[in-house]
Write a protein that binds this ligand. Structure first.
Ligand SMILES: Nc1nc2c(ncn2[C@@H]2O[C@H](COP(=O)(O)OP(=O)(O)OP(=O)(O)O)[C@@H](O)[C@H]2O)c(=O)[nH]1
Ligand SMILES: [Zn+2]
Length: 360
């Protein structure tokens, strides 16, 4: 069978893109960024496919005429694009990522956990109730900024709340660059109010604690009720973890959306630039501190402490910045240490293997 590969390639200036029909990979968020990484030769031998789900026993991938499970690959995560040789799936290559969401794995295990790849927008979801927590929003927004992903704060359960404005004001305080949208996630509002970020070809991840309405948003966007949603415990507004795995869903005529289980703990790692971007009010002032390694603790001539004194930066915000910076530095250092230990161990093993070879 001869395939027409022109549609996989970046559109040529004055090309025929207007007459293109949407293929499966377009529907799943194929973008010029990925097309530019592959040659026509690549395409004759292999086909692009997107990882829509990661199970314990493998990766579910979807492409044009492809819908299969590949063997597990610890390097791959949901949202990745792979070049697939259907005859030898284990040789599949992961294309360079447009963005990557990762965190420090929970617990004492010093590992990085990949959450998702190639996401354009993160909906940081919180409810207008006891779940709302500015420090948590800041964490998610820093994560998005670090990865070069557009963050949007989505406040759900506005219909149940008597004082939505109070939550909106607090959320706006996170960063003036981040839009804040309030919704009743159960109806048509997600489609109407989130349309700007949900155009065809875009990929959106929905992140937030359990029970805040992530699956409800995904369902409302998709216009179906295919994803199970759970009632929350009335006493403390905590969810019950209805969503148990990460999965990409295609919204008909719209974007690709990733539903994720509520994360109890989001520990940032390698996110110093994201934290800097988020707290630009603080990082911007650092240049005016007397010492260029000022930690804005007790140093004389500190412009940040002066701003707190003058009331232009809230002391609580400086406190949250400090906590996040310390945690990030700690996680990045301990993960780097683990990586270098793993590396030396790998070297040692290889050296022993070489010696063994020589010996026998
Ligand atoms: N009234 C109202 N109820 C909502 C809203 N958003 C979600 N809910 C309800 O809150 C409960 C939890 O919603 P889910 O969508 O399951 O929450 P989730 O964030 O996906 O939770 P996990 O899967 O546990 O991570 C469900 O009973 C929803 O119907 C909203 O905006 N207004
Ligand atoms: Zn300072």
């Amino acid at each position: 069978m001869r395939r027409d590969y022109s549609e996989f390639l970046p559109p040529s200036p004055g090309g025929t893109s207007a007459t293109r029909t949407f293929s499966t990979i377009d529907t799943f968020g194929w973008q010029p960024f990925f097309a530019q990484q592959i040659s026509v030769d690549d395409l004759t031998a292999t086909a692009p496919a997107r990882v829509t789900e990661v199970h314990r026993n493998g990766l579910h991938v979807v492409g044009d005429g492809l819908d299969l499970t590949l063997p597990p690959n610890p390097e791959a995560t949901v949202g990745d694009w792979m070049l697939l040789d259907p005859a030898a799936p284990q040789t599949s290559r992961i294309l360079e990522r447009k963005s990557l969401i990762k965190r420090r794995a929970p617990g004492t295990d010093r590992r990085v956990q990949l959450i998702a790849a190639n996401i354009d927008t993160i909906f940081v979801v919180s409810s207008c109730n006891q779940d709302f927590n500015v420090a948590r929003l800041e964490r998610y927004v820093a994560l998005a900024l670090e990865a070069g992903i557009t963050p949007v704060i989505v406040l759900t359960k506005a219909d149940l709340c008597g004082d939505v404005e109070r939550y909106v004001t607090a959320a706006r305080g996170v960063s003036e660059l981040v839009p804040v949208v309030t919704i009743d996630a159960r109806g048509t509002e997600p489609r109407e109010k989130l349309a700007e970020w949900c155009a065809p070809g875009r990929t959106v991840a929905v992140l937030g604690s359990s029970g805040v309405g992530k699956s409800t948003i995904v369902n409302a966007l998709a216009g179906t009720l295919s994803i199970e949603t759970g009632a929350i415990r009335e006493d403390d507004a905590k969810g019950r973890h209805t969503t148990t795995r990460r999965q990409l869903h295609v919204v008909s005529g719209g974007c690709v959306v990733l539903d994720t289980p509520g994360m109890r703990e989001l520990q940032l790692t390698d996110a110093a630039a994201g934290i800097d971007d988020l707290f630009s009010d603080i990082s911007g002032l650092s240049a005016q501190c007397r010492f260029n390694d000022c930690r804005h603790m007790t140093e004389p001539g500190c412009a940040v402490l002066a701003a707190v004194e003058a009331g232009t930066i809230a002391a609580s915000r400086l406190g949250r910045w400090r906590k996040l910076m310390n945690e990030e530095a700690h996680n990045s250092a301990s993960l780097a240490e683990r990586k270098s230990k793993d590396k030396s161990l790998g070297k040692l093993i290889r050296a022993v293997q070489r010696q063994d070879k020589r010996r026998y």
